[in-house]
Design a binder for this molecule. Structure first.
Ligand code: CA
Length: 371
């Protein structure tokens, strides 16, 4: 088609299009109503410096704005800008913000059932966690629990399996856990205290100094990319794996129940899609940045160590004892625990065939230098 003819054609088509829109003009008010102007505030539990974790909140909010032509705007605030990071869930529960981006296990002090939303010791890996959340009963049982706190949760990020932290001295056997002063949060800390450790709750910015001065003997954070920023390799050179308490630590968007229920259907669908994008983005981002960061921390003096098998076995046993004790007095904990652990049993039967054997073969090639 010649350029002039094409312009003429487009012009004609444009006119026809406008005519068509006018003909169905009666539908316009309904469309406008289903996409009203909405402005929400999102309080993140994380500082901007954690560009992977905080970044997933940004990915989410940007996508919601783009998909609604900026009609639904979610402003993202870092921890402490509205409320401290560990009070994000309360801010949602009491409605002072509409939405938070947070780690559910920060709230185990309110109820240990909150642990399952992020990760529990010897729980699921990231793939299994997502399968349980989305397709299994995960979000169904979790949201039945969160509703009691006025929260509707949607998965919104995953770190993948984390490292086991930084230690000033080597952990050669389970006896070395006895008396260990370690910065480690929530449920995992309670498992370690069964083996004689004294877990400490210390905010991210203060861990380095506590390790440097010997106030603590060990600290866990996330993995190479985030740990490197805090410089732990300079003060505690033994870098252990795996972080058995966080096999696939998940984040969620916590939304005030009334605010969620008040959203038009189309916005609910967009929020769910944008959250799913943030969930996938964060895991991909960690898988992208951790390999290079691992090389840098090792070059900077970190010595990699695997936890000895007797440590793993003793911690596994202690975790199971803790679950059994907690289930005796907490029905919600039992419901979510039973759902997750039944899922875990089947998931590992399957994963040991293809994922495990394929990855193991490829890792042997990596060690042989044949990749
Ligand atoms: Ca951690």
């Amino acid at each position: 088609m010649a350029v002039t003819n094409r312009r003429k054609f487009l012009k004609t088509a444009g006119v026809a299009g406008a005519g068509a829109a006018a003909a169905v003009g009666v539908a316009a008010p309904a469309i406008a109503q289903s996409m009203p102007e909405v402005k929400w505030r999102l309080t993140s539990s994380f500082p901007k410096a954690l560009d992977t974790i905080f970044g997933a909140g940004d990915v989410f909010a940007k996508r919601v704005a783009e998909a609604t032509d900026n009609k639904f705007q979610i402003q993202v605030f870092a921890a402490n800008e509205i409320v401290p990071g560990l009070q994000a869930a309360d801010a949602v529960t009491n409605g002072s913000v509409e939405i938070a981006h947070t780690a559910s296990y920060y709230y185990v002090g309110k109820d240990p059932t909150f642990a399952f939303g992020t990760a529990v010791p010897f729980g699921l890996n990231a793939r299994q966690q997502n399968a349980w959340f989305y397709i299994g009963d995960g979000m169904k049982v979790l949201n039945a629990f969160y509703k009691k706190h006025n929260i509707h949760a949607i998965p919104g990020g995953n770190t993948g399996a984390q490292m086991g932290g930084w230690y000033r001295k080597e952990i050669k056997s389970v006896a070395d856990i006895n008396g260990l002063k370690m910065r480690i949060g929530g449920f995992a800390g309670r498992v370690l205290s069964k083996l004689g450790a004294s877990p400490q709750q210390i905010a991210g910015g203060e861990i380095y100094q506590a390790l440097e001065t010997g106030t603590i003997d060990a600290a866990e954070w996330v993995g190479p990319y985030d740990d490197e920023k805090l410089g732990f390799q300079k003060v505690a050179k033994y870098y252990y794996f795996p972080g058995w308490w966080e096999g696939g630590a998940a984040l969620h968007f916590f939304i005030n129940t009334a605010k969620w229920e008040g959203l038009p259907k189309v916005y609910k669908a967009i929020v769910e899609a944008a959250a799913a994008e943030a969930n996938g983005w964060m895991l991909a981002k960690y898988d992208e940045v951790n390999p290079a960061a691992l090389k840098r921390v090792v070059a900077g003096g970190a010595e990699l160590r695997a936890f000895p098998n007797d440590v793993m076995e003793a911690c596994y046993k202690a975790a199971n004892e803790l679950y059994a004790e907690t289930m005796k007095t907490n029905a919600d904990f039992k419901t979510v625990h039973d759902s997750m652990m039944a899922y875990r049993k089947d998931a590992y039967q399957w994963f040991q065939l293809t994922e495990y054997t394929f990855d193991t073969f490829m890792m042997i090639q990596q060690r042989k230098g044949t990749l």
